[in-house]
Design a protein around this ligand. Structure first.
Ligand code: SF4
Ligand code: SF4
Length: 285
């Protein structure tokens, strides 16, 4: 099973939920930190990294000796990542989505692939937990290809927990797509509700079952609860505001390790997720 932990906005406690859930289940579990622009789950997990892999994406390079400047490559590129300027064909690797279309249509076979550096993937372990994260190269604008590479580390025979990037744009879709369950972490504030609605909209498009974790649940107002009821979204866990919890987080420690009573609560969360997934399998909508 693959569970992605997401939130409409940053700072809601998404990484707290992903790391605590992973460390509670502990055996046969992987944690993939797909927040490649700002990976931080490792700061809490403290894995021993055993592998580092540089990731590139293919982009076109043009052989001027073969090119007849016919313009077919520029015509097919939806992203304006290869253009004809006068008698020159100019690729813009930063805009390229690596679809290979230009190479395919070039009648002179003048286009070959070269690699654009996306970043690195690091993989390691912490006791029984397998940990993988991606680090996007500074200045790289396109994170989905690196996110897909991190996701390729998912095994089919384990529980995989994905710490998704915040927001509702392409990176978070790349992290949530083709997962079995999406856990949306939110907080009961007007900002939280606004971003939750956007996230729920994205989840509905993907057609994946989801549930909520409400962090700092005893603060703010009851609008998130009312929205959850209205949209029939199960609230699977509530984490109250607690100075002790905030201090544990700020010291880079993990709640279930410092306050073991929380481990039971995260295991209950996992049970509820499993129930939701099997209900969905029995009654697909
Ligand atoms: S399709 Fe090939 S030959 Fe035509 S302009 Fe592009 S690179 Fe040159
Ligand atoms: S590989 Fe695709 S996106 Fe990149 S330049 Fe060629 S056509 Fe455009």
């Amino acid at each position: 099973m693959i569970i992605s932990v997401a939130s409409g906005k940053g700072g809601t406690g998404k990484t707290t939920v992903a790391t605590n859930l992973a460390l509670s289940v502990k055996s046969q579990v992987q944690l993939l930190d797909c927040d490649v622009e700002e990976p931080n789950a490792h700061l809490f997990i403290h894995p021993v990294f055993e592998k580092s892999e540089a990731i590139t994406t293919p982009v076109p390079q043009v052989d001027e000796n073969k090119c007849t400047v016919c313009g077919k490559c520029a015509e097919i590129c939806e992203f304006k990542a290869i253009v004809v300027i006068g008698e020159t064909v100019l690729p813009f690797p930063e805009l390229c989505h690596s679809c290979g279309g230009c190479m395919e249509v070039c009648p002179e076979k003048a286009i070959t692939e070269t690699g654009r550096d996306l970043g690195v993937i690091e993989a390691g372990h912490k006791n029984g937990l397998e940990f993988v994260h991606g680090r996007l190269r500074v200045g790289e604008a396109m994170s989905p290809p690196l996110i897909r590479e991190v996701r390729a580390y998912a095994h089919t025979d384990t529980l995989t927990i994905i710490d998704a990037p915040p927001g509702t744009s392409c990176p978070v879709i790349a992290a949530m797509k083709d997962t079995d369950f999406i856990l949306l972490v939110t907080e009961p504030t007007p900002f939280g509700l606004h971003d939750l609605k956007l996230a729920v909209g994205a989840v509905k498009i993907l057609g994946i079952p989801c549930g909520l974790v409400i962090n700092r649940s005893d603060m703010g107002d009851d609008q998130v609860m009312a929205y959850a009821k209205e949209e029939d979204l199960p609230v699977l866990m509530e984490i109250p505001f607690d100075r002790g919890i905030a201090e544990i987080y700020s010291m880079g420690e993990v709640l279930v390790e410092v306050m073991p009573e929380w481990k039971e609560k995260f295991l209950e969360l996992y049970d509820r997720i499993q129930e939701q997934v099997s209900n969905r399998q029995e009654h697909p909508s």
